[in-house]
Design a protein around this ligand. Structure first.
Ligand code: NDP
Length: 307
């Protein structure tokens, strides 16, 4: 099966972003260094990181182990909620760059539309409600990072349509991407259409259903996989790329890392079968910290919502 060499163009810069990147959440130090090296040796040119994953230093070692030229790679990381404040943004990025051993990122995302004034090691964080309701001061500080050449693009993550609309009214630089949960149980067709219409590229996190990849056992996915002599993971990843979405499968298992980078050419009929199957599930989020953080309106953007 051919490798995923497909790229999408980022609207503002016309720079190309590889359609499939390696996810690194819950990739333990001791595993992730090798995983990153294996991924790059297998053809991946896009790595998705975050300060909050506490493994950026090992990801950086994996990049160096591979011997790849930095210019060949597209590296993303994310500003954690404790840095979501205009006076902390520069320090947040600098920690990430130091961890990774890089002098710039290709893409820096606001990880959540939620600002933490404090995050204790146990229990609920203390929310900064002003910055959570209006992220524009933090966004303006992220815009400065682009001017300074510290990152080529900035974007958001876990933003609803309403939150994107609000940010678009305030932003000098439009978010290049919005990274959200997108998979068979959370296919978000309205967000996909809206983002496409507004030139914001979507990135799919938890494309296999997150830890343990539960969506690989879906009967429709398995059926289509069998017809191609492919794996269920290859079906789910190829489906999202066909929807015009960047996909970020995570694995620390060499054979799976390689498998996830092989594409299959789904027919229009197979894509509609998968879309129909996804519509049966609606929006069932696997990643939802709204209760744990005490932010009940995290996913709401209609007038009257608390945020
Ligand atoms: P995924 O949907 O990518 O699933 C990862 C799980 O699937 C792991 O248990 C992995 O196991 C397993 N797996 C991977 N490939 C295969 C395969 N071919 N066959 C069988 N099992 C497989 O989950 P994530 O939640 O990690 O999402 C992907 C990435 O998205 C994250 O790593 C992160 O980079 C990003 N993300 C971003 C978020 C955000 O808020 N912006 C939130 C969540 C994720 P193993 O590793 O043991 O091989």
């Amino acid at each position: 099966m051919p490798p995923f060499t497909k790229t999408f163009e980022l609207a503002a810069t016309k720079i190309k972003i590889p359609a499939v990147g390696l996810g690194t959440w819950k990739s333990e130090p001791g595993q992730v260094r090798d995983a990153v090296r294996v991924a790059i040796e297998s053809g991946y040119r896009h790595i998705d990181c975050a300060w909050a994953y506490k493994n950026e230093a090992e990801v950086g070692q994996g990049i160096r182990d591979s011997g790849i030229d930095r210019k060949e790679l597209f590296v993303t990381s994310k500003l954690w909620n404790t840095f979501h404040s205009p006076d902390k943004v520069a320090a947040g990025l600098q920690e990430t760059l130091d961890n990774l051993g890089l002098d710039h990122l290709d893409l820096y995302l606001l990880h959540w539309p939620v600002a933490f004034a404090k995050q204790p090691s146990k229990g609920k964080p203390e929310i900064d409600w002003a910055l959570t309701k209006d992220v524009s001061p933090t966004w303006a500080a992220m815009e400065k990072l682009v001017e300074q050449g510290k990152t080529k693009h900035i974007g958001v993550s876990n933003f609803t349509i309403g939150r994107c609309e609000k940010l678009l009214k305030q932003a000098k630089i439009k978010p290049a991407v919005n990274q959200v949960e997108l998979n068979l149980h959370c296919s978000q067709p309205e967000l996909v259409q809206w983002s496409h219409d507004h030139g914001i590229l979507l990135e799919a996190y938890s494309p296999l259903g997150s830890t343990g990849a539960p969506q690989l056992s879906d009967s429709v996915v398995k059926d289509i996989a069998a017809a191609h002599g492919a794996s269920p993971a290859q079906v789910l990843i190829s489906w999202q790329v066909k929807r015009g979405i960047v996909v970020l499968p995570k694995s620390v298992t060499p054979q799976r890392i390689k498998e996830n980078f092989e594409s299959i050419d789904l027919s229009a009929d197979e894509v509609s079968r998968l879309n129909k199957r996804a519509s049966e599930f609606g929006t069932q989020r696997t990643v939802d910290p709204s209760k744990a953080w005490g932010v009940p309106d995290l996913w709401k953007d209609e007038p009257g919502a608390k945020l």
